[in-house]
Design a protein around this ligand. Structure first.
Ligand code: SF4
Length: 236
């Protein structure tokens, strides 16, 4: 790890301690890999050092082509299989028949319904019977995440949640990716710092908040998809 600065090596070591602790205390542990920059750092850490953690991804059906390319590249680079989860077909068909193909722009409620079917319900299935999940959330990512704990109880999903990159800055995520040649989404090079579904993500201009390209038609306080918006109990 000599390519990393001493400060970043210390952060990596601390992140690994958090991962070790959550595995020791709350196995089985899974990692929800959204293929964003932070999650690629975690993929690198987990694939190299913690193979006992199952890595899964949610395919909403509306992801950009570049994200699918990265899924393929990730599986090849680390010789792993991403465990994929999909929306319930019947629920999705009914929703689209009633509300149309792009209902999310019409109201926050419809946007949350879409996220519910395409992300939250599949996530519930992915987290069922697990002891804890790992995420790539960082405190400085958005106004909704400033109080983020490293390990907390996720009261909404009923298991523990570890955020090993909670104290990382965005520049450190990219220092790690570049230094260790970690694969990343090609859209990041086109001013998409935060990636999600294609119709709900756009490029930002320099100086804008990193989450400004997500659900840009909504208030910042409402910009969570339901995966991380539930009540939590901080443990440390
Ligand atoms: S991000 Fe947009 S397309 Fe994706 S699940 Fe949410 S509302 Fe639907």
């Amino acid at each position: 790890m000599s390519e990393l600065s001493q400060a970043l090596q210390a952060k990596v070591a601390h992140s690994k301690e958090i991962i070790k602790k959550i595995i020791a205390d709350h196995s089985p542990v899974v990692f929800a890999n959204s293929l964003g920059a932070e999650d690629m750092v975690l993929t690198d850490l987990l694939a190299k050092s913690f193979p006992e953690v199952t890595i899964f991804s949610l395919d909403t059906g509306r992801l950009p082509a570049e994200t699918y390319d990265l899924m393929q590249k990730t599986e090849e680079a680390y010789n792993i299989k991403l465990k994929m989860y999909y929306p319930d077909t019947a629920a999705l068909e009914e929703f689209i028949r009633e509300e149309g193909i792009n209902p999310f722009y019409r109201s926050v409620d419809l946007r949350k319904s879409c996220c519910g079917i395409r992300k939250v319900q599949p996530l519930k299935r992915a987290l069922a019977d697990q002891g804890a999940w790992i995420t790539g959330l960082r405190r400085s990512q958005s106004v909704t995440r400033t109080e983020l704990a490293e390990i907390e109880h996720d009261d909404a999903f009923g298991l523990y949640k570890a955020n090993p990159l909670a104290d990382w800055e965005e520049s450190e995520v990219w220092d790690y990716i570049k230094a260790l040649n970690v694969p990343y989404n090609a859209l990041h090079d086109q001013n998409y710092p935060s990636l999600g579904c294609s119709p709900c993500t756009r490029a930002i201009t320099p100086g804008e908040d990193v989450r400004a390209g997500r659900w840009w038609w909504e208030n910042p306080e409402l910009k969570e998809c339901g995966l991380h918006a539930g009540p939590t109990t901080a443990l440390k």
